[in-house]
Ligand binder design. Sequence first.
Ligand code: FES
Length: 164
Amino acid sequence: MPSTAVISPPSDDKRWRIVTGTMRRYGFSPDALIETLHTVQESFGYLDEESLEYVAASLHVPPSRVFGVATFYNFFNLKPQGEHACVVCMGTACYIKGAPAILEHIHERYGIQPGETTPDKRVSLSVARCLGACGLAPAATFDGEVVGKLEASEAVAKVEAILK
Ligand code: FES
C-alpha cells in the first residue's frame, strides 16, 4: 500500500466520516492534528486509544506525539464523559480567589476529582486553564454556562441544578 493511502477508520460508525472530513480538509497534513482531535471529541465525546491511533496513522504523526498532545491539553477527554459537565477554572486568577475550595466541595459531595465521572455517569468534573472570565474569578461552567464569582459553598447547588 502506498504511504499516501487513506487509512480505514476503526469502524463503520458514520461519525468517522466527519473526522475523516476534517483531515481531508487539511490534506491529511500533520498540521491538522489538534483540529482533528477536536472533531473526534465533538463526534464521540472523548478520545480513546483506537481513535488516537487512527488519527496518528492518517496524519502520519508518531502515535507518541498524538498521545502527548491529547494528554497535554486539558480540553481533551480521554475517558467517556457523564451526561452533565462541570468545569472549574484553575487559572491563576481563579486559583487565587478560591477555585481549590470549589473542587474540594464537589469532591466531598460526589467523590470525584478533575478528570473523573461519577459512577452513575451523571456528571463529569474537569478543570480549565482559563475560561476567559478572569474578572469574575473564581469561575466555573455548568453544562457550558459560565458562572462567575462562585462561592465554594454554592458549587454543589449549581451541580444539582444541572442534574435536575
Ligand atoms: S483564570 Fe479563571 S477565568 Fe481566567
